[in-house]
Design a protein around this ligand. Structure first.
Ligand code: UDP
Length: 141
């Protein structure tokens, strides 16, 4: 299987719940390496740019407000089949539909405040990692 990288964000609700370490443990337990990491408070422009693909969706404004409501932790993860593996760890977008034991089932409250983001394709992973990290700040190992 191919070694991939994916972009992960621990969203403001999960940071506020003090579960950064528990979420990092799940990544490491699944064999994903944290190859870049950054805590930051997104500006409105940064959040709008990151979610530009959703700009026409009815939930876009609320999504941006939520993403700038507090600090987030952004990381690049690397490992075999990393994109799908990370999506499996996250669970479904709506935590009510997320499988037991997934991050969203355990830590998310609603479809709006759903704890984590993860890239959904190799193409988007490359774009999203570059959005937050210059190549010199990704430490492949
Ligand atoms: N979202 C929302 N309401 C919806 C659908 C999505 O607030 O009805 C938010 C939610 O935070 C989600 C993000 O928009 O994580 C991106 O949506 P997407 O369908 O790409 O879900 P994901 O890839 O995050 O599971």
């Amino acid at each position: 299987m191919a070694i991939e990288r994916t972009l992960s964000i621990i969203k403001p609700d999960a940071v506020a719940k003090n579960v950064i370490g528990q979420i990092y443990s799940r990544f490491e337990g699944a064999g994903l390496k944290i190859v870049a990491s950054r805590m930051m408070h997104l500006s409105r422009a940064e959040a709008e740019g990151f979610y530009a693909v959703h700009a026409a969706r009815p939930f876009f404004k609320d999504l941006v407000e939520f993403m700038i409501s507090g600090p987030v932790v952004v990381q690049a993860l690397e490992g075999e089949n990393a994109i799908l593996k990370h999506r499996d760890l996250m669970g479904a977008t709506n935590p009510k539909e997320a499988a037991a034991g997934t991050i969203r089932a355990d830590f998310a409250d609603s479809i709006d405040a759903n704890a984590v983001h993860g890239s959904d394709s190799a193409e988007n992973a490359a774009i999203e990692i570059a959005y937050f990290f210059p190549a010199s700040q990704v430490f492949s190992r």
